[in-house]
Structure formats: C-alpha cells, structure tokens
Write a new protein. Structure first.
Length: 133
C-alpha cells in the first residue's frame, strides 16, 4: 500500500499516468533511432562507393543502388513520422503515436540489416566497421 502523500493522481489512474509518460518519450527515442538508421545508411553508402567487384564499385550495380535508395526512403519516412509524433504530442493528441512507434522501430532495424547485407556475410560485424557492433 502506498501512502496518500506519495501517490501521483488518484487510485486506479497509475496506468494512464505511466502511458502518458511513454507518449512524451516516444519522439526523442524515435529521433535516436532515426540517427542510428542514418548512420547505417551513410556507412553502407561509403562502403558501396569503395568496394569493387567485377571491375566497378558495388554502388554501380543496380541491386545495391536499389538497396541504398530504399534505405534513404525509409529513413526519410521515419524522420517525418518522428516530427509528426512530436507535433501530435505538442498539440495534445496521442492518436497514431503507436503507429509511428511501430513503423520507426521496425524500419530502423531494417536499415541496419540492409547495411550489414552490403558489407557481406560476417564482414559487417567486424570491429573495424561502424555497423553491426
């Protein structure tokens, strides 16, 4: 039993208060995830411009260029959803925050996977590379 002087709000409102706190922390967490995804994209792009196969850099191969482009699209969408979630909180409207959160968490993890894919099996997880550790 929690003493009355230590209680936040009324009895039975604890879950609502906790969820309200989570709503306020979603945009900063999302911004961090977008930053990580951007770094994964930047590292993959840098590597794709350096690594050569079959006489040309791997960025010149259509499949690799497509992966890099899709990463950029996902990151931009995540960036916009992050801004939208901050706007919704500032305007006292938490509708769609969970949708934003779900998309951002799955998309940002996907960006790292794509980046590791470009480095090659096992190669991307080495300590000498910024991605995967």
């Amino acid at each position: 039993m929690i003493p009355d002087e230590n209680r936040l709000g009324n009895v039975g409102e604890g879950f609502k208060i906790a969820m309200g706190a989570f709503d306020r922390t979603r945009p900063p967490v999302a911004a961090g995830a977008v930053g990580l995804a951007q770094r994964a994209h930047d590292e993959a792009l840098r590597y794709a411009k350096q690594r050569k196969t079959m006489g040309k850099t791997i960025i010149e191969h259509q499949s690799v260029a497509s992966i890099i482009a899709n990463m950029a699209i996902g990151i931009e969408a995540s960036r916009l959803l992050t801004r939208k979630s901050a706007y919704l909180i500032d305007n006292v409207c938490s509708v769609n925050l969970l949708q934003c959160d779900h998309y951002l968490s799955s998309d940002c993890l996907g960006q790292e996977k794509h980046s590791l894919l470009l480095y090659g099996e096992g190669h991307g997880r080495r300590r000498c590379h910024a991605v995967g550790h």
